[in-house]
Design a binder for this molecule. Sequence first.
Ligand code: NAD
Length: 499
Amino acid sequence: MDRETSNDVAGQGRAIPVTVIPGDGVGPEIVRAAQRIIAAAGVPIAWQEAEAGAEVFRRGDSSGVPAATRDSIESTRVVLKGPLETPVGFGEKSANVTLRKLFETYANVRPARELPGVPTRYSGEGVDLVVVRENIEDLYAGIEHLETPDVAQGLKIITRKGSEKVIRYAFELARREGRAKVTCATKANIMKLTEGLFKRVFEEMAPEYPEIQAEHLIIDNVAHQLVKNPAQFDVVVTTNLNGDIISDLASGLVGGLGFASSGNYGDGVAIFEAVHGSAPKYAGKDVINPTALILSSVMMLRYLGQSAAAAAVEDAVLVTLEEGSAVTQDLARQLGGDVEHAASTTGFTDRVVANLGRRPRTVPVRARLIDETVERRPAWSYGTDRYASIARSLVGLDVMIESDMAVDELGDELARLAGGALRLAMLESRGTKVYPSIGLSVDHVRWYRGRFLAHDGRTPSEEDLVGLLGRIATRHRWTEALRLQSFDGEPGFTRAQGE
Ligand code: NAD
């Protein structure tokens, strides 16, 4: 069912189907709180309860997400979920990451704004930003190998399509919320091809949004600036690992995890959850702050086109925080107040329900996010024709080799093993050229990369590549081989330090 259909259904007074995953630890408590408030706000939802997380892992399902849950999400296309525990030491993947990947929810959206009644170091500065984090790619692809008993490698995957989807999402979000600026945060100065691709796509797309200021900042500077002057940021779009870190930082600026909401948006599927985890030490104690999940459910109501109910729930939360009539333990601790007599999860929820229909006195920085349903679908810049027109040529081969030999000896030998159109251009170790020696002292880790390039004016053949690997394999253990290509005359690979 798409969102329009669900709106129609709601308009006819029929319930909107939504998959609800209570989750682990404190999950069921906060999910029930949100469900109660949504019901009290008069939104008819047909909840389909589904399982994922710890119990599912324990039953031996290594994905943590059973087929029945996948089927439910396939049909409802909207999920409200509690946190899921990732058991340590089972070797399983995180069920959270699995859910995001299975349904290709490529944009993780985490608003961080000043809330009334939640004092922070930045109170009064007007912090009101949204981190839009790419949610599928990067090192979270989880493609890792032990190349030797001592050397681990993880692949950082960045695609033009993945980058374009999330960057488009960020610009569209800025446009519909009337935001002035989108900051792209990358480490393109170091990772020129991966983070560099993300930055390039951002720069290519920015002119489509002339009314929005587009800037690029290096991610470490963004971390620094977020702490020094967070109010300068509006929308920040970034790659997966960067976004994971700075969105938690941003939550910390406005009161902490108890208040941090999020939505994971894909094409036609969305998953809403608190940023925080299962907080196991508080499970079942009725003390956790449910605000993060309640505000995530506000994002969900907007996505479902239930703008009036979303505004009513958000206002009721803001009134409750503003009046301080129900202060949960985490906030009481921040306020230096009476933690022992703080409000319970249920007590806080009761107050929010009681405050439905009231408007906050102090205007929050952003009264409400604009209805999500006006979002425009992304389009892809690399169509088939453009893709096919890119001229590519094979220029060589990188071969990763495990070896205990002295570097010069190994280099001399690999140079002799080269043949056909290929010559050994260099050996490097962890990104630094070690052969021919440029006089650097580099630690020996028994793992090298031999770079074989074509002799001037020649193009290597497939036989050259395979023949070379065959000859190397007779004397050495090679662990990986990568084609070196150029695209429209530009090398599709980076140089080693010192190359
Ligand atoms: P956590 O977020 O559960 O807890 C971090 C700290 O914040 C703890 O002190 C906790 O008590 C406190 N806290 C968290 N939410 C709170 C709230 N609503 N109100 C008051 N205090 C709150 O992080 P963790 O301890 O690192 O992780 C616990 C488990 O949760 C792990 O298994 C982890 O993998 C999982 N996890 C799941 C998600 C998710 O489902 N999206 C996210 C993060 C962690």
